[in-house]
Ligand binder design. Sequence first.
Ligand code: UT7
Length: 329
Amino acid sequence: MAQDPIGLIGLGAYLPERVMTNADWAQRLDTSDEWITRRTGIKERRLARDDQTTLDLAAAAAESAIADAGLTAQDLDEIIVASDTPETYSPDTAAFLQHRLGAREITSYDLGGSGCAGFVLGLDIARARVRDRRRTILVVGVELLSRLMDWTDRHACILFGDGAGAAVVGASPRAARILAATAGTDGSQTDILGCPVGGTRYPFTLERAEKREHQKLVMKGSKVFKEAVTRMSAASRQVLAEAGLTLDDVDLVVPHQANQRIIQAVGQVLELPEEKVFVNVDRLGNTGSASIPLALWQAREAGRIKPGDLVLLTSFGAGFHWAALLLRF
Ligand code: UT7
C-alpha cells in the first residue's frame, strides 16, 4: 500500500504588533531611512512588547500551525524549536512550549545556535523522524532578537526584527510533500557572525556585562553577505539535483530574509526572474530562525503558492550553517 506523503500539514505565524520604522531608528542612532533602504531594502520590522518572551511568540505561532493542520496540541508526538534567542539557556524553549501548549509528555528539544538555518534543518529532521516513526511533529522558528541586540550598534541593530513561524510535519495525503533536503556547516568561520559571550569560551562576567558584551552581535557584514549568497545558491542547486529537478521546475523560491541585496544576488546567481523570489524583508527585517516560516506563511496567505507548486526554501546563518529544502504543494 502506498504511504501518505510526508510534509507540511499546517503552517502558522505570529508577528508582534509594534512596528519600528527606519525613521524610528534614525531618531535613536546616526543612521537614515535612505541608508538602511539602500543597503538592506528594509523599511520596518516588528518588535515584541516588553512583557513578551520567546515562549509567547513561539506558542502563538505554534497554536496557529496546529489549528491550520486541523489538530490539537494533544495530537503532537514531538516538538522542535529553532532559536538563537531561547526562553532560557537551560532548560530549552521546547520544554516550556510543550507545557504551555498542553501537549503530552513528548520528546521536545531545541536546535539552538544554528542561526537563521535552524528552521529548515528542523524540517529535515522532522521528515526523517516522521518517516521512521509515523509521528506528527511541530517545528517552530522563533526569534526575539530585539532583546539580544545592542541598540547602540548601528551596524547590526537596524537589520533585525522579532517574530515566530511554525509548521506541523506529518504523513497525510494533503501534505505539502518534502521532496528533498540538504544541509551543511562550515565551522572554520565561527568568528564572523554570532553572540559569543555567555558560554564557556567567553563566560558572562561583571566586566563583560558592564560593556554590554552579552548583547553584542559579532558580525563581519560584507563577509557574511558573500558567504550567504554563495551558500544559499549552492544549497539550492544541490537540493534540486538530489530531487532530479532544475531551477526551471521551481515556482517560488523562499530565501532567508536577511537583506534584499543578498536575496537579489542569490536570484542573479541562480538566474531567477524576480517574480519567482519571495521577499518580505522590507516589512519584517531579519527575523533569524523565524524568517523562512514567516515568509512561507505570508507567501501562502498572499496566494503566491498554488496546489502543485514546487517551492524551494534556502537558508543561511551563523556557524556557518545552511540548509535548503524542496516542497511540492
Ligand atoms: O542572517 C545573517 C545576519 N547578518 C547579515 O545578513 C548581514 C549581511 N551583511 C549585510 O547585510 C551588509 O554587509 C550590511 C547591511 C550589514 C552593511 O552593508 P555594507 O554595504 O556591507 O556596508 P559597510 O558595512 O561596508 O558599511 C559602509 C558604511 C560604513 O562607513 P565607512 O566606514 O565606509 O565610513 C559604515 O560605518 O556605512 C556605515 N554604516 C552605516 N551608516 C548609516 C554602517 N551601518 C550604518 C547605518 N547607518 N545603520
